[in-house]
Ligand binder design. Structure first.
Ligand code: ADP
Ligand code: TRP
Length: 322
């Protein structure tokens, strides 16, 4: 089974990225051939400063390795080190209906946020389809908000097979893998944690900044002594991601009992977060000292990924008559 996923280097990775995509992807590296990449071509739609893009790519690489991506098990690479993916994008574009892209939520959301749309932003799902199809992927672990893009990918692959397959599936139809136990990770204000909302907790936030952020989590104004409802508290939602069932139960009981203010629970959350990510921080600090190792991993990964991409592209070019 081939597992594939990508993440954009468009800012510091946050807890939503970690629990929605990175952690599940890292767990899957033991269950098949995993291919994970840094989607730098995609990020060109939002990052226009070359040195920032390079820094972000390096940071994402280090973050992912620090979180447990094992280069002995998974092929890890930069999207743009396999330029074949852009040629396949063009070929797929010629059979992608405009309407399919016009319906994409992520595009419509960006427009609603006032982003002035480029052709690249509009065509973004076709590049994503190409990413997935060029590696003959079976399974694509992503957060919920990417589900529609996987559906678009499946549609495009089906259209390609119908038009050129002569009864044989030329492109493999992939399946999404979305964590069912996890609704979107809430941000500090309770909306989905996202860098577009400025409500994120970065994975490797320094301790002081982390404390400040946790203290910013939105709560209601129920007084200290009164009972509180744990079910719609963002503190509890975040705590659930990292604490044991017993610890969660304890916090929920303390909410219902009353007698403790939200500041107390925020402190518990802070301590748990620091404890949970402590070993990863140590690993990250080591990787930061070894940029050559990180670069080697990405280049070796690209070599392996490229072999598969070239083989698929060869097949596709032949099928369409190029
Ligand atoms: P952002 O919303 O900050 O721009 P991205 O769109 O780059 O994040 O998301 C990268 C990956 O992380 C995707 O697979 C996405 O589904 C997942 N993800 C992002 N935010 C969350 C969240 N709050 N909860 C769960 N998964 C998330
Ligand atoms: N669009 C994805 C995101 O913003 C990143 C991505 C690009 C991706 N290509 C992919 C994810 C292929 C999975 C498979 O999160």
């Amino acid at each position: 089974m081939r597992i594939l996923s990508g993440i954009q280097p468009s800012g510091r990775l946050h807890l939503g990225n970690y629990f929605g995509m990175m952690e599940p992807a890292i767990r899957l590296q033991d269950e098949g051939e995993a291919y994970y990449f840094i989607a730098d071509y995609h990020s060109l739609t939002s990052i226009h400063d070359p040195s920032q893009l390079r820094d972000n790519v390096r940071d994402v690489a280090i973050d992912f390795l620090a979180c447990g991506l094992d280069p002995e098990k998974a092929v890890f690479f930069r999207q743009s080190d396999v330029p074949e993916v852009t040629e396949l994008t063009w070929i797929l574009s010629t059979l992608t209906p405009m309407g399919l892209l016009e319906r994409c939520h992520s595009y419509k959301d960006k427009i609603a946020q006032g982003v002035s749309p480029s052709h690249g932003l509009f065509a973004y799902p076709v590049l994503m389809a190409s990413d997935i199809l060029i590696y003959n992927s079976d399974l694509v672990p992503v957060g919920k908000d990417q589900k529609q893009h996987i559906e678009v990918t499946r549609d495009i692959a089906q259209k390609f097979n119908d038009r050129y397959g002569e009864g044989e599936p030329l492109l493999k139809i992939p399946e999404p893998r979305i964590r069912k136990d996890l609704a979107a990770v809430p941000g500090l204000d309770g909306r989905k944690m996202s860098k577009s909302y400025d409500n994120t907790i970065a994975l490797f936030e320094d301790e002081k900044a982390l404390k400040k952020k946790i203290m910013r989590i939105t709560t209601d104004s129920i007084p200290v002594e009164d009972p509180k409802d744990p079910d719609d508290s963002y503190i509890v939602m975040l705590y659930k991601l990292i604490a044991s069932a017993d610890e969660v139960q304890e916090m929920e009981d303390a909410f219902r009992r009353g007698g403790e203010g939200y500041g107390h629970f925020k402190k518990q959350l802070l301590e748990k977060l620091l404890e949970h990510f402590a070993p990863l921080r140590v690993k990250r600090a080591k990787l930061e000292q070894d940029p050559d190792f990180v670069e080697d991993v990405l280049q070796n990964g690209a070599k392996q990924a490229r072999l598969i991409a070239q083989e698929t592209l060869h097949r596709v070019r032949k099928a369409v008559g190029l």
